[in-house]
Design a protein around this ligand. Structure first.
Ligand code: HEC
Ligand code: HEC
Ligand code: HEC
Ligand code: HEC
Ligand code: HEC
Length: 411
């Protein structure tokens, strides 16, 4: 008797908040999209904290990822604000379609989503466990194709034979192993019909060598390892959930960089070969200020800097009046596009004066994700909003690759 009730309370403990989620009849869930969903949001999309109890490893990786911060950065709050000023109420949910995609089911609560973001400490997830694992399919009719949800007690994933557990049912879905799953949120901004003519963010990833040879987004950005998928379960193949990108280990495999320098008397010339190993544009042009800087620096006598030159890999958008803008939701056209295309090899030539009276010179080439840029007021707004000022992540450059050659100079 005693033992039984102990077991029962244990089971109850384990289920915790999830019990309400799993116990709901599915009829409510199948309500037409045109009807408002009646299930409370936190029941339909349990918070990631609810999954942490059994999926500690995954949770900790995810918590360190950019995806877990998708509605909390100062840059996001400031750009969202700007966006909201420029659109009618009916379009206010747009940014959330990817940054907190459960809005696809809870569009009638857009104001709540906005208020949560403004609070700076949102109690709802952005791109959390449920927002990804309740994705049943992708709707190809929307631009861009967006995820569709099945809000029942089933989570979807890549395992053919998931172990049973008390909190949820599991179902394998081939979608989770495909690039299309990720691309729904990574390819282009849904905007008015006109802007559908703007090029996508990723470039022609479908034709890349990586994609054609079966290397999906997951294979680079959710690298596999061997470990516990849920606490205490047997070890099996698991997928890293820290989503390395601009931060994290994948960066080392982004670019092959090589260069040669030719000294012709007073002038020298460096040819830099930049081979992208990435099957999509680098960088991605959303938000509109993302860019990579190629920097050539020459050090002469006593390592004094004698020359420095920069080139930008970026997509510069023009608004409806043709003015440059870093706010891509205002984009009506592309003014210039120097993004490194999927797997592109590019040669950059730099000519500079040979340092005088120096026995040798150092030529240093770096590729770096640049800090946020744009009109001064915009940058001030982000720094103020942050609480960290210029120390905010948005203002930190991130080095991708750096190489130095020492060249002996004849007297
Ligand atoms: C529901 C929409 C959504 C889906 C699906 C999605 N992502 Fe993301 N992802 C985002 C958002 C939003 C961010 C940006 C978060 C931030 O920094 O504010 C992001 C960030 C990232 C980053 C970090 C980017 C950087 O600058 O370092 C990587 C890498 C990434 N996602 C890879 C993936 C992969 C791989 C998949 C498929 C398994 C995927 N994403 C699926 C919305 C999504
Ligand atoms: C189609 C999906 C999608 C839509 C719609 C979208 N974003 Fe993003 N957003 C992303 C992804 C994916 C990233 C990560 C980009 C990367 O690192 O390559 C991102 C990154 C960002 C970032 C930089 C990371 C951060 O959090 O500081 C900001 C700011 C941002 N988005 C703002 C917005 C705003 C404002 C809107 C609406 C006007 C919007 N986004 C609409 C998918 C989207
Ligand atoms: C951006 C979407 C995304 C987010 C956010 C996300 N996952 Fe996943 N998850 C995936 C994909 C895709 C796979 C399948 C990867 C594969 O098989 O290559 C996966 C695999 C898994 C697996 C099985 C493999 C493993 O690594 O253990 C578990 C369990 C899991 N996720 C739980 C979670 C939990 C818990 C969270 C929140 C802390 C979460 N996921 C957040 C997309 C996501
Ligand atoms: C009571 C513990 C428990 C809780 C709470 C829990 N899970 Fe699980 N989950 C498991 C176990 C056990 C497995 C099976 C792992 C295996 O087969 O290796 C699993 C498997 C999974 C898988 C893999 C499914 C597949 O077919 O690939 C995903 C995805 C997943 N859980 C997501 C979640 C999400 C999202 C939440 C929160 C909403 C959550 N889990 C909450 C115990 C739990
Ligand atoms: C062959 C490996 C590989 C594959 C496959 C791949 N990527 Fe990447 N991706 C990278 C590398 C490497 C970087 C890091 C670039 C850097 O930091 O310089 C990157 C960067 C990113 C970023 C960071 C944002 C930026 O502006 O650079 C996002 C987001 C991203 N990838 C999404 C995707 C998506 C979505 C897919 C699937 C269509 C995908 N990637 C497929 C290697 C890959």
């Amino acid at each position: 008797m005693k033992r039984n009730s102990l077991v029962r309370s244990l089971v109850f403990c384990v289920l915790g908040g999830l019990v309400a989620w799993t116990a709901l009849p599915s009829s409510i869930v199948f309500a037409e999209k045109t009807q408002k969903i009646t299930k409370p949001l936190e029941k339909a999309f349990p918070h990631s904290e609810k999954c942490k109890r059994c999926h500690l490893r995954v949770f900790e990786e995810w918590e360190a990822s950019a995806q877990s911060r998708s509605i909390v950065s100062a840059a996001f709050r400031v750009t969202l604000d700007q966006y909201l000023l420029s659109v009618p109420e009916s379009e206010q949910s747009m940014c959330f379609r990817c940054h907190a995609p459960h809005i696809l089911e809870y569009g009638h609560q857009t104001k709540m989503f906005i208020d949560e973001v403004k609070s700076k400490d949102p109690q709802i997830d952005g791109v959390g466990c449920s927002q990804c694992h309740l994705i049943k399919d992708v709707d190809p009719k929307t631009h861009p194709p967006h995820p569709t949800y099945q809000l029942e007690k089933t989570v979807f994933g890549g395992y053919k034979k998931p172990a049973k557990n008390l909190a949820h049912q599991s179902e394998v879905s081939a979608l989770y192993k495909k690039s299309q799953y990720c691309v729904t949120c990574h390819d282009s901004l849904p905007q008015e019909a006109k802007s559908e003519q703007l090029p996508n963010w990723m470039g022609n990833w479908k034709e890349s060598k990586a994609e054609k040879s079966g290397k999906t987004c997951q294979s680079c950005h959710m690298p596999g390892a061997f470990g516990e998928s849920a606490n205490g379960e047997r070890n099996r193949k698991v997928a890293n959930h820290s989503f390395p990108g601009r931060f994290g280990k994948v960066r080392a495999k982004a670019i092959d960089l090589d260069f040669t320098t030719e000294v012709n008397g007073e002038k020298s010339k460096t040819d830099v070969t930049i081979q992208s190993l990435v099957p999509h544009n680098l960088p991605m042009p959303h938000p509109g200020w993302y860019r990579v800087v190629v920097d050539l620096t020459v050090l002469g006598k006593n390592l004094k800097k004698v020359h420095s030159e920069q080139r930008f890999y970026e997509r510069v958008y023009g608004d409806k009046d043709g003015n440059k803008t870093v706010l891509d939701f205002k984009a009506a056209e592309v003014l210039t596009d120097t993004l490194l295309k999927p797997e592109e090899k590019r040669i950059e030539s730099f000519t500079f004066p040979t340092p005088k009276n120096a026995p040798s010179m150092d030529v240093i080439v770096t590729l770096t994700y640049a800090p946020i840029h744009g009109p001064e007021e915009f940058l001030k707004a982000v720094a103020n909003e942050s609480g960290l000022g210029q120390k905010d992540r948005a203002f930190q450059p991130v080095e991708v690759v750096k190489k130095k050659n020492n060249i002996i100079l004849k007297k």
